[in-house]
Design a binder for this molecule. Structure first.
Ligand code: SF4
Ligand code: SF4
Length: 288
């Protein structure tokens, strides 16, 4: 039987900001949204081996071998020019990892870890791999103490959640906007599946937290905040909601001209949310 393998944009051995405790984070390549505010746009697409980035690499790390992009990490100085030049927001440095490789990394570091988080891109684009990985972790006595979390944009239907949730401890879910038109402007898609995902995850006891990116003039309006409050109150007013402040770091395109969210803007949103009954609103820890 073929074991699933992942296309990994980046593997972070330890993180304390991607879920509870100390976690390994797999940033999986590929996304089904095209967010204007994305700060990792090079994770959006899968490389099509066009070769445009080869000449842009001053270090000679990139080449085409048998029609496929080949990355030599020993020469790379991480200038990121290949990411800037790629016309489709792909990453020639993404690596293919077998399930067994990821499990071996986890076994090596498991004594230092509380769990693993799969992020992206959008992790559920590689649902088959995520499901196989989490199932293998839960069935391995040396790894079963690790919690398995997904950082998701929520664009997954009920059948997809049914595959992965039996092996998943929690999901951190982005709500980009409540107004469908604003959501489409921000992501390229409406939010029907996202809101349905929040309900599914809540009902399954797997909604670790919701996240809102506060963008001045777009997601901080009274109408947006009221709609979000109504929605969360309909789930459970004690649902944790993490507020993040829109910043320009890594953003490409027109959103670079949008104003960043400062502490006062986020605090105004937090005060409105708490005033309407939400009891677990978390502020950003840093403003870049
Ligand atoms: S990373 Fe982008 S530019 Fe480089 S080969 Fe792939 S699709 Fe082409
Ligand atoms: S980041 Fe990309 S362009 Fe820069 S040295 Fe590495 S492979 Fe080459």
């Amino acid at each position: 039987m073929n074991m699933p393998r992942a296309t990994v944009s980046k593997l972070l051995s330890f993180s304390c900001v991607d879920g509870p405790g100390s976690r390994m984070v797999l940033f999986l390549q590929g996304c089904n949204f095209s967010c204007a505010t994305c700060h990792n746009p090079h994770t959006m697409a899968f490389c099509n081996d066009c070769g445009d980035c080869v000449a842009a690499c001053h270090a000679g790390s990139l080449s085409l071998v048998d029609g496929h992009i080949h990355f030599d990490p020993t020469a790379c100085d991480q200038c990121d020019e290949c990411l800037r030049i790629c016309p489709i927001h792909a990453n020639p440095m993404a690596q293919h990892m077998e399930l067994s490789e990821v499990l071996d990394r986890l076994r090596r570091d498991s004594v230092f870890l509380d769990g693993i988080t799969v992020s992206g891109g959008e992790a559920t684009v590689q649902l088959k791999f995520v499901t196989a990985l989490f199932k293998a972790i839960k069935q391995d006595p040396s790894l079963a103490h690790l919690t398995c979390m997904i950082d998701s944009n929520g664009h997954l239907g009920p059948a997809g959640w049914a595959q992965v949730l039996p092996w998943t401890d929690g999901v951190m879910l982005d709500i980009k906007a409540m107004d469908p038109g604003t959501h489409k402007r921000l992501t390229g898609r409406d939010n029907t599946k996202v809101l349905e995902s929040a309900r599914i995850l809540h009902d399954a006891g797997r909604l670790e937290e919701l996240r809102l990116l506060v963008i001045p003039g777009l997601t901080d309006s009274v109408a947006e905040v009221a709609a979000l409050t109504d929605f969360i109150n309909g789930l459970d007013p004690a649902t944790r909601l993490r507020l993040n402040a829109f910043q320009h770091h890594g953003v490409v395109g027109s959103a670079r001209d949008w104003p960043a969210a400062d502490r006062a803007c986020v605090e105004r949103v937090a005060t409105m949310l708490e005033g309407a009954g939400l009891s677990a609103v978390a502020r950003p820890t840093v403003y870049l």
